[in-house]
Design a protein around this ligand. Structure first.
Ligand SMILES: [Zn+2]
Length: 248
């Protein structure tokens, strides 16, 4: 394993609990990001979707933080190879930089949804900033012909301002019920093992197609873990569908 793989720099998404906690006091609602990650079983927390219906035979594989020239083509290739459908929560900033990759995602039959414009902690910004960020991302995506129906806020931080702005723009707020945690341990076996634990009917699986906020080696680990994920889906007789299909 790569030295220092577990210890990420402070910019990494999941290592700011004190900062997030303090910022949360300034908002009407605390962050539910961590709750969303560990809750697993309920299908929603208030207006926030964590998973689809338990009675379904489908799951949604989701990839955050792209599109990225280093990660997205690699993940698209693997998904095609394995016959998997997925949904990409792209940031407006990266979508504007790499519009051809957004087109590639769509032409391969996958979903594109919003991860906001800038990848920042909503709990550290006020309602106006959050509103502007969501609107800017929608402007970019619409200019590329994408009409997102869902928002996954960066770091899973659904602040009160996030929910208000999402509702204003008719975006459903979505977190996840199952994750690879490749940012913490970028090894394919570890990523696959974590997903296997909670790959249940209706699961929403959080993965990443960019190393930008996760650290080096994350996409490689996800890429290599996907074959095991596909095998587990087949073993459980589950199929992967776009998020919008799972939550319909
Ligand atoms: Zn993200």
């Amino acid at each position: 394993m790569r030295a220092g793989a577990v210890h990420r720099p402070a910019r990494c998404r999941w290592q700011l609990p004190a900062l997030v906690g303090a910022a949360g006091l300034a908002h009407a609602l605390p962050s539910v990001g961590v709750l969303g990650a560990i809750a697993g079983r309920p299908s929603r927390l208030g207006p926030i979707r964590l998973r689809g219906a338990a009675g379904t035979e489908a799951v949604a594989l989701t990839f955050d933080d792209g599109p990225s020239p280093e990660g997205t083509p690699r993940i698209l290739h693997r998904l095609e190879q394995l016959g998997l459908r997925a949904t990409f929560f792209v940031t407006g900033t990266e979508a504007a930089r790499h519009p051809a990759l957004v087109a590639d995602i769509r032409s391969a039959g996958h979903g594109v949804e919003s991860h906001g414009m800038e990848h920042r902690h909503h709990l550290l910004h006020g309602p106006r900033w959050v509103e502007r960020d969501l609107r800017a991302a929608l402007d970019v995506l619409r200019s590329l012909g994408v009409r997102p129906r869902y928002l996954r806020p960066p770091y899973g931080q659904a602040a009160a301002a996030t929910l208000v702005a999402a509702q204003r723009h008719r975006l459903g707020c979505v977190l996840w019920s199952c994750w690879g945690r490749e940012f913490a341990e970028p090894r394919a076996a570890a990523v696959a093992a974590r997903i296997r634990q909670r790959l249940e009917p209706g699961a929403i699986v959080l993965l990443h197609d960019s190393d930008q906020h996760c650290g080096p080696g994350s996409v490689a680990a996800v890429d290599q873990a996907l074959e095991a994920v596909a095998q587990e889906l087949a073993r459980r007789r589950l199929r992967s569908v776009r998020l919008a299909e799972l939550l319909e």
